[in-house]
Each structure stands twice: as C-alpha cells, then as structure tokens.
Design a protein around this ligand. Structure first.
Ligand code: HMG
Ligand code: MG
Length: 297
C-alpha cells in the first residue's frame, strides 16, 4: 500500500462531458475554484475536443481563462489533436492529456480514428508540447472491456500504454471506461502494464457502472499504484461508450484512503460539500455514498 496517493480530480471534465443539459460556464468555474480549495493537486479542468462531439465542453477556453489557478495545482485539459492544442495554448494551458483506447472499435466511435492513427495524430502534439514545456498525460480507455468489441486482450492494453509512455507521456491513466472490471482482472491488467511501464508512471481510472470501482482500486493499491482518477460526486461517463456511467466518487476514494492511513492532502469535508453542491446544480442526488452520509450527519 503506498503511504500517499495523488488524486486526479476529473469531475469538471469526465464528470460533466456526458451531461445533456448545458451547465453555465460560471458554475463550471465555481466548481473548479471550490475543488482548488480542497487540497487536490491535479484537477482536470475541461476538454478542447470538437464542440460538435461534446457540446457540453464547448466553453473550454472560457472556463480555463476564468478559473483562479493556484500555484502547486496542475489543471490538465483533454486535447485530441493539434486544433485542440492550439485552442488550449491560446488560453495558457500548461498540461494536457491525450487519449486513445486499447479497443479499435471504441476508438473509432470516440475519436473517429483507429489506435495507430490516433497515436500518429498525437506525434505532432507531443513534439510541440515538448518544445513548449507542456506536460502530457496519456489515457488508455477500455482496459477491462469495450462496449463494442467485448473482451479486450491485456496485451493490447500493455502495447498502447507503452506507446504513450514511449512517446513522452509522464503518466498513463488506465481507464475502465464502462466499469465492467472486477478486482482480480484489474490487478492482472495493472501488473501486466507495470511490467512495461514503471508503476510510478501509472494511474488508474475506474468508472463505477457495476459498483466495482472501490474494490478494483483497493486491488490496484495493493499492487503499488499511487495515482487515482476520480470525479467529485461520482459524476461522469463517456458519451461515446454505450452504458458508461459515473466515475468513482472522489469523496469515497478519499474516505477509503484516509481510513487506511494513506495520505491524500484532501480535506474531505470541503470536498464532500463541493460534491453535494455539484449534485444540486445537476439536479440530482450525489452518487457518492460518503457525500450522502456526511450531509446527513
Ligand atoms: P472528426 O470529425 O474526425 O475531426 O473528429 P475533423 O478533423 O474532421 O474535424 C471535424 C470538425 O471539428 C471540423 O470543423 C474541425 O475544425 C473541428 P468543421 O470544419 O466541420 O466546422 N475540430 C475541432 N474543433 C475544436 N477543437 C478541436 C477540434 N478538432 C476538430 N480539438 C475528433 C475527430 C477527435 C476531433 C472528435 O472525434 C472528437 O472531438 N472526439 C472527442 C470525443 C470525446 O471527447 N470523448 C470523451 C473523452 S474520452 C473519455 O471520456 C475516456 C476517459 O475518461 C478515460 C476512460 O474513462 O476510459 C479519458
Ligand atoms: Mg472516464
């Protein structure tokens, strides 16, 4: 078990991208500023993808320009191509995330490109990022199953994760996009990837569709992963992954980690208040058990 875990809060991006009703830009800015006051060190702020594909995040530039960025906090954004890179850099983005998948079928639906084509698309983005001193994170989706292809061979996950790391991603996040994984499979997948990419450069990203996310996280923590993606209030899901639902709730992850004596630097009460506020803005109950429990205290 690592003594300390860095949480990458993906709520403002993954949490919101699947919301049908547009959230006002001002609320997105409030969300990120509130998250900045919880002790989180990485907050994925938004996504510079095509607004035709993800209308909810069409205001990425306004959101990024509007937030009160704090020293010591990274605010990465999703970038699919050079157009996204240009848009992100025009508002001063200093860290980006590129994303592809271990499943050819999912990639075609999500980014209109195959795996190899997507990696080729990233090459000029990586080169420019290197020249500009911009840090790049990488995502591999569908690491434990694909809504279109079904089973995904672990060897494909390893190959794609390794490619992203070799291209210069400082960290590769392994995404169970549709939350179908269970702990033994999650651990086996992580172990296989960690044989090719150093464990400190790996993160895990679990959606909680089947209620397995915390169990999967525990299995991966026991194997030494120390970076966890999560979304406050358990919001989220990919619009191009049929059946995907929310990310594991950050509040639940922090509660579990603190309970095991693992440091996160996050103030749970402030975080839960932010998650409950977000759920209210989205007009629904929080998906975080911890958020619900703390509100009822
Ligand atoms: P395409 O249609 O093949 O691209 O989409 P294109 O180059 O032909 O461009 C089409 C139009 O979009 C053009 O405009 C471009 O200018 C414009 P038009 O000429 O028609 O007016 N365009 C852009 N505009 C703004 N910003 C851009 C941009 N790029 C093109 N960056 C593309 C290809 C990759 C752009 C599209 O498929 C796309 O944006 N996909 C993103 C889908 C997405 O965001 N999915 C969710 C994120 S991934 C995820 O959630 C998984 C993760 O959480 C991990 C996990 O859970 O597994 C990360
Ligand atoms: Mg996701």
């Amino acid at each position: 078990m690592p003594p300390e875990v860095r949480i990458v809060e993906v709520g403002p991006r993954d949490g919101l991208q699947n919301e049908a009703t547009l959230m006002p830009t001002a609320d997105k800015i409030v969300l990120i500023d509130r998250l900045s006051a919880t002790g989180l060190r990485s907050i994925e702020a938004t996504s510079f993808v095509s607004p035709k594909w993800v209308p909810q995040l069409a205001d990425a530039a306004e959101v990024y320009a509007g937030i009160d960025r704090q020293p010591g906090i990274a605010y990465p954004v999703l970038v699919p191509n050079e157009t996204g890179y240009d848009r992100a850099r025009s508002v001063g983005v200093e860290e980006i995330a590129v994303f592809t998948a271990a499943s050819e079928a999912f990639n075609r639906r999500n980014i209109n490109a195959g795996i190899e084509e997507s990696l080729q698309r990233f090459a000029p983005v990586m080169a420019r990022a290197r020249a500009d001193g911009v840090r790049v994170r990488g995502y591999v989706s569908t690491v434990l199953g694909c809504p279109y292809q079904g089973a995904v061979p672990v060897a494909d996950v390893v190959r794609v994760a390794r490619s992203l790391h070799d291209m210069g991603c400082y960290e590769v996040s392994l995404g169970d996009t549709i939350g179908v994984g269970t702990p033994a499979a999650a651990r086996a997948m992580l172990r296989a990837v960690a044989s090719e990419v150093p464990m400190p450069a790996l993160a895990v990203h679990f959606h909680d569709t089947y209620g397995q996310a915390l169990a999967n996280l525990l299995a991966c923590l026991e194997d030494g992963v120390s970076v966890i993606d999560a979304a406050v209030s358990g919001a989220g899901g990919c619009p191009y992954a049929r059946g995907a639902s929310g990310n594991v709730a950050t509040e639940d992850v922090v509660y579990m980690l603190h309970g095991m004596g693992v440091r996160t630097g996050v103030d749970l009460d402030r975080l839960a208040a932010t998650g409950n506020w977000l759920a209210g803005r989205l007009g629904r109950r929080t998906q975080s058990k911890v958020g619900e429990a703390l509100a009822a205290r």
